[in-house]
Design a protein around this ligand. Structure first.
Ligand code: NDP
Length: 296
């Protein structure tokens, strides 16, 4: 069993981007600028946005964090996004999800200009991703592909089982793994809460991507010997032994599944840091394109 060390790979990617930012500065060019929008005071969202802003600082990007009140109106939030769309200095916009119930995620995502949608959630970018056209690939699936690429994991012809069909993780992951690309060409089964015989389906998988948000859902008896295990889940579980009062748990029972696997991501330290690395790559791409590059 080999650990897929997202922390390490993410660090390598960020160091590469930092060198590129150094080159931009040396050439007197603009550095990438990410604007992050945080609505309300959800503890987990606060942590995720904080990590993204910190990554920007490490690499040398400019970042702006807009903290908005929980009770901000939807129209005011959409207005703020329009302002960011029109701000020529801003390359990428991310609105941390989930949003308060009175605000439509869909309207917010659709308001971000596709050229600044570094999370890759806008329907235009999703459509391009589905067609295999250059675009922003949503950060978590993109991060997973970067991890597979780094460890030279052969995906061609493999049976991948993706558990979870959300628009931000499961569904794009299933499309990317089935695409005709070096980290694709899998035969993919996508599972959800109505799937029957899920343990049997998982046992046939060469690659399992667990993205359902149910701690410890994937157990040893659901995993074929030598399978590659990608654990996307992050759930805060109360833990009195921790200073924070909670522990982060993945969707896979790591201790019992790891000995059956060929490769496995830990939680924390697997997919989480790769999501941030992918977001940073997308932000660089947005800046490059807006400065006259040719990627999108
Ligand atoms: P969602 O809640 O949006 O989607 C969960 C999916 O899992 C749904 O499709 C649901 O099915 C499916 N599901 C739920 N229960 C079961 C079950 N018992 N059997 C099979 N399928 C089930 O979650 P997200 O995709 O947003 O996130 C999933 C997990 O990944 C969460 O823990 C989240 O915190 C984490 N995450 C981690 C990131 C990272 O950077 N590491 C980034 C984003 C998310 P149905 O559609 O039928 O309801």
């Amino acid at each position: 069993m080999e650990l897929l060390d997202g922390q390490l790979v993410s660090k390598t990617i960020k160091e590469g981007l930092k060198l590129k930012v150094g080159q931009l500065i040396a050439e007197g060019k603009k550095v990438p600028h990410l604007a992050a929008v945080l609505v309300g005071d959800n503890g987990a969202s606060e942590t995720y946005v904080g990590a993204k802003v910190k990554a920007c600082a490490e690499i040398g990007y400019k970042s702006t964090l807009l903290r908005l009140e929980e009770d901000i109106s939807e129209s005011r939030l959409l207005g703020i996004i329009e302002e960011l769309n029109n701000d020529i200095d801003v390359d990428g916009i991310l609105v941390q999800l989930p949003l308060p119930k009175h605000i439509s995620d869909e309207k917010v995502i659709n308001t971000i200009h596709p050229s600044k949608d570094v999370d890759g959630f806008h329907p235009v970018n999703v459509g391009k991703m589905v067609q295999g056209l250059p675009t922003f690939i949503s950060a978590t699936p993109h991060g997973i592909l970067l991890l597979l690429e780094h460890y030279k994991i052969d995906t061609k012809g493999k049976h991948a089982v993706v558990v979870g069909r959300s628009n931000i993780v499961g569904r794009p992951m299933s499309i990317l793994l089935s695409s005709n690309t070096p980290t694709g060409n899998c035969t993919v089964t996508i599972c959800h809460s109505h799937t029957r015989n899920l343990p049997e389906i998982c046992r046939e998988a060469d690659i399992i991507v667990a993205a359902l948000g149910k701690p410890g859902f994937v157990k040893a008896d659901m995993v074929k010997k030598g399978a590659v295990i990608i654990d996307v889940g992050i759930t805060r579980v109360p833990d009195a032994a921790k200073k924070s009062g909670f522990a982060l748990k993945g969707d896979v029972k790591f201790d019992e599944v790891a000995p059956h696997s060929s490769y496995i991501t830990p939680v924390p330290g697997g997919v989480g840091p790769m999501t941030i690395a992918a977001l940073m790559k997308n932000t660089f791409m947005a800046c490059e394109e807006r400065s006259g590059g040719s990627l999108i």
